[in-house]
Design a binder for this molecule. Structure first.
Ligand SMILES: [Zn+2]
Length: 304
């Protein structure tokens, strides 16, 4: 099968972005001036092959143009087989090859958090900054790193997996390390994420509450809720400080459902400083400009 290659100067053309999420698949088309001229959303089919066909149908609706796709997980560099996706149906499958065969043209595919980071660095909260570290705080903790407009993927496509670094400077409150589905224990995601917040609340209080209920309690002045949010903040601050000590980004950008907890983001900078090597480095931290749309916007930018 011969595939027409997208134009070398894809930026000059309309560009298609697809974001394959757990429940929805989003598609947009950018015109050359980065205006959205097409938007469509479908439910994500559970079956892998149906999902691939649904993406191809969305691309047909979107019209001609280079296609960028964002999805959780990553392609193993040697084999291209997809891995580490929470949608297990994609794992072990040649996702890029299957999508290209169904769509009929080469695509670019990238981890969804990397797409978020690319979008926010291009024209979001990180615009104009050289090094942008992006955290997505949702059910889990994802991340992306963009330097001078380029996603840092790493030698093994494992860069910026902040969620599966060890929670730094553990205290008695963090101990013993919480087991993570990745097979290790003490991963940052097990403490700083929606899942982490709920697990912490359960361990400390014995009560089984969902994240939004814990947040509502904190806002209503309940001491247990407030203490849980403070633990979340303190842990997140240490994760940011560790990142600062390694890369020292020009700005941290926070996205995902938990970033709507404005105090989590706004109160963070002074909590980070004591854990930086100098003890005084106060980072710039901002909330994502494009919210949940950054994933699909970043996917459309994979071609420039
Ligand atoms: Zn882990």
């Amino acid at each position: 099968m011969t595939m027409p290659m997208p134009a070398a100067d894809a930026k000059a053309s309309r560009r298609i972005g697809i974001d394959i999420g757990g429940t929805k698949i989003d598609a947009i088309v950018f015109d050359p001036a980065d205006r959205i001229i097409f938007e469509k959303r479908l439910d994500t089919p559970k079956d892998y092959h149906e999902m691939v066909r649904a993406v191809a149908a969305l691309v047909r609706d979107a019209g001609a143009g280079p296609v960028g796709v964002g999805a959780p997980g990553s392609g193993q560099p040697e084999t291209g087989l997809w891995r580490n996706s929470p949608f297990v149906s994609s794992n072990g499958k040649p996702l890029q090859r299957d999508l290209e065969a169904a769509i009929g043209q080469p695509i670019r595919i990238e981890n969804d958090a990397n797409c978020f980071a690319l979008s926010e660095a291009a024209d979001g909260a990180g615009a104009g900054f050289g090094t942008v570290a992006f955290f997505t705080l949702g059910t889990g903790l994802g991340g992306g790193l963009v330097v001078d407009g380029k996603v840092i993927r790493g030698a093994h496509a494992e860069a910026a997996e902040f969620g599966h670094t060890s929670l730094p400077w553990m205290t008695a409150q963090d101990w013993p390390p919480v087991p993570c589905p990745c097979g290790k224990a003490g991963c940052a995601e097990m403490y700083v994420s929606g899942t982490g917040l709920e697990g912490d609340f359960r361990r400390v209080t014995g009560e089984d509450l969902r994240g939004p209920e814990i947040i509502a309690r904190a806002r209503a002045g309940d001491p247990k809720g407030i203490a849980a949010i403070q633990r979340l903040q303190a842990r997140f601050a240490r994760i940011c400080a560790q990142m600062l000590n390694i890369v020292d980004p020009d700005i941290f950008v926070m996205g995902g459902g938990l970033s709507s907890l404005t105090e989590l983001v706004e109160d963070l900078p002074p909590l980070v400083a004591p854990f930086t090597f100098s003890g005084t480095a106060v980072p710039k931290i901002a909330r994502a400009k494009w919210g949940g749309n950054s994933g699909v916007r970043g996917a459309a930018r994979l071609w420039g």
